[in-house]
Ligand binder design. Structure first.
Ligand code: MG
Length: 378
């Protein structure tokens, strides 16, 4: 179960030779397989580079040390690769999915997404960052003279859509090709857990670094943190608090990842699953924390919601960005000719609110504020 080194892939791992392929056929590459190529296309995309200036929780105003959506993405990729390797899954597909998992995120974190969604609902429409990520890789990235978008394999597009939730074919007929009545392979399922583990640990870390959370508060509010703290403190009694805290977080991350690996492996074994098709047709998603760790993890999330995400120190930034998104959205609706040419041309084929939403969702934090100043606060 443990240990590193190359081992045979599990029977339930996705095999690149069995890919359902790309929309537009391409010649094989001499030394990179299809999922490696997809991973590389994602890294070389504009949407990926823009993650550098998209807020995860703390905007750049605070410090250069906090996570951005790009460094968060790299942490998710690192955790996912480890889990995939130990479970003998397809690490290339896993890595491509992890690197793509947030490329559809609008500027300014969760508040940006919630605001765009609220504005779209006034038109009976919606904003969803997974659907937006699919539009990016299918349409907005213009890299090749031969095809629109990145021309990714089916499995990567499927994972982009299905890694974190299930969509019904009745509600989303445009997604019908993605086998909506089936679960995604384990490579996709584990991304959501790696994402959650990465941001829970990172947000404790950044919250402490920002002096919005104290060790005592975390020990009181999160019993699991307290146990990790006591275990880490036993080993490092003389160390400064910050270093004991780091040792605690390392332990916490390790316990969560180990639980995810063991529990997922146990569920696959108990269900007697030996193939990707078995994973797809299982009764539930198989990647999961155990019941006990799942509850500890929920408690940690609640603590972060109550004590960090809703902290007054983050509110001012959130209000600034929310207002900027709302006002820019209204401005471009009234003045579609102020959109860049590519987007203005889209308004001939799609409703203006959809095009404006796509344009704003692609912006970085910095560009959003810049556009807001230019058009609304000249
Ligand atoms: Mg994420």
């Amino acid at each position: 179960m443990s240990g590193s080194g190359a081992r045979d892939p599990a029977g339930f791992a996705v095999r690149v030779e069995e890919t359902r392929g790309r929309r537009y056929p391409e010649w094989p590459h001499p030394y990179r397989n299809d999922y490696e190529r997809d991973r590389d296309r994602i890294i070389h995309s504009r949407a990926f580079r823009r993650l550098e200036d998209k807020t995860q929780v703390f905007s750049r105003r605070y410090s250069d040390h906090f996570r951005t959506r790009l460094t968060h993405t790299l942490e998710v990729a690192q955790i996912s690769r480890t889990v995939a390797r130990v479970l003998r899954l397809n690490t290339d597909l896993t890595e491509a999915l992890a690197l793509a998992h947030d490329i559809g995120h609008p500027p300014f974190g969760h508040a940006g997404e919630a605001t765009l969604d609220r504005l779209m609902r006034a038109f009976g429409d919606r904003f969803d960052h997974n659907l937006h990520a699919l539009r990016i890789v299918e349409t907005f990235e213009q890299k090749s003279p031969d095809f629109p978008g990145l021309n990714l394999t089916f499995e990567v597009r499927e994972g982009i859509i299905k890694h974190s939730k299930d969509y019904s074919a009745e509600e989303f007929p445009e997604l019908r090709e993605y086998l909506l009545q089936r679960f995604p392979p384990l490579e996709g399922q584990l991304i959501d857990w790696a994402d959650e583990i990465a941001y829970n640990c990172a947000d404790l870390d950044d919250g402490y670094e920002a002096r919005l959370l104290t060790v005592n508060q975390m020990r009181r509010g999160v019993p699991f943190f307290d146990r990790c703290w006591r275990a880490a403190a036993c080993d490092h009694r003389a160390a400064p608090e910050k270093l004991q805290f780091n040792a605690t977080l390392r332990r916490l991350l390790d316990v969560l990842v180990t639980d995810l690996i063991h529990h997922t492996e146990a569920r696959v074994r108990q269900a007697g699953i030996r193939s990707v098709e078995g994973v797809r047709r299982a009764r539930t998603r198989l990647a999961s924390l155990s019941g006990r760790m799942g509850r500890e993890n929920q408690r940690l999330k609640r603590f972060l919601h109550r004590n960090l995400y809703s902290h007054a120190a983050l509110r001012a930034d959130r209000e600034t960005f929310t207002l900027a998104v709302e006002e820019l959205f209204g401005f471009f609706l009234e003045h579609p000719r102020s959109l860049p040419k590519f987007y203005f041309e889209q308004t001939r084929r799609e409703p203006v609110h959809r095009v404006v939403c796509d344009y704003i969702a692609g912006m970085t934090d910095h560009f959003l504020l810049d556009q807001h100043r230019r058009h609304l606060r000249p």
